[in-house]
Design a protein. Structure first.
Length: 105
């Protein structure tokens, strides 16, 4: 999902205003970066608010990783270069199911 589509979704839900989205998209265009992070940095949205939006809208489960013990077998499955490129973190493996955390779902 592109930054503009994320922004439009946040706007439709009433989480941000049209002028806030316009300003954030302009910064994204000029400097690059992720729209969600730009909105957070501008103070228009909290990280929890953005996460909650993704959880609710896209049925992406939220797993706070601060106190989660990573499964060493899961980490071996995705090569480091792939994990870095796509901002992935293999978290757990149960049978044939691999749980992956991502910075930008």
């Amino acid at each position: 999902m592109t930054g503009k589509r994320i922004g439009e979704s946040l706007l439709r839900e009433g989480i941000i205003t049209k002028s806030q989205l316009k300003q954030a998209l302009e910064i994204e265009r000029q400097k690059g970066g992720l729209l969600g992070k730009i909105l957070i940095d501008l103070g228009y949205l909290s990280e929890e608010g953005l996460t909650g939006h993704f959880v609710e809208k896209y049925s992406c489960p939220y797993l706070p990783l601060a106190n989660y013990e990573m499964n060493p077998e899961a980490i071996k499955i995705i090569p480091e270069a792939v994990a870095r490129k796509y901002l992935l973190l293999p978290v757990d493996k149960i049978g044939n199911l691999l749980t992956v955390a991502t910075a930008n779902p």
